[in-house]
Design a protein. Sequence first.
Length: 222
Amino acid sequence: MSNSENFVIALDGGSGTGKSTTAKIIAKKLGITYLDTGAMYRAVTLAALEKGLPAEEGAAMDELLSNLTLGFDSENHVLINGVSRESEIRGMKVSSNVSIYCALPSVRAAMTKQQREIGKKQSCILDGRDIGTVVFPDAKYKFFMVTDVKVRAERRYKELLEKGEKVTLEEVLNNLVERDRLDSSRATAPLKKADDAIEIDTTHISIEQQVQKILDYVGVVA
């Protein structure tokens, strides 16, 4: 595929709406790159927490970002300075802090720059909070996924239990509600549906069905 044929699929929505799972499947079916933007923000959060850095602008955060090299391995697991930290970035500690750190303008600017550079070189699908509004406002395809928060909590709770996390359903629900509030109210690149995005409610449909809905819009039948 030549550069003139490259395209971007922007997939936005709140935490637990199935964005990442859907994006991975679509990337595989279309033979394009899946860029896990959420993992990038989680990686920054993990790195900051390990250094004991508060979620605030300043020289320390600037230094962290300038020395932080992010990448993905063959299984699309995030690499922090060349080391896979996939399981750690998905834990509740990071989940409880990521919305605070990713609201920092310096963090968003650094990640947006990296994401745009990748998107210019190859066709890709990205999922996040501001892909269709900020990162790639001219993306050829834009989708916004919504799901009832209680359904999202049940899905995430099951995922965490399978990973061995000791959490309660109430804790997961409260975490999602708070993340929605922070993501939607932050001053920089808030969670927001792009005016030209197609909304998909995933509350009562399977992953396979939501994947097919997007593929139908893109013009590819699986």
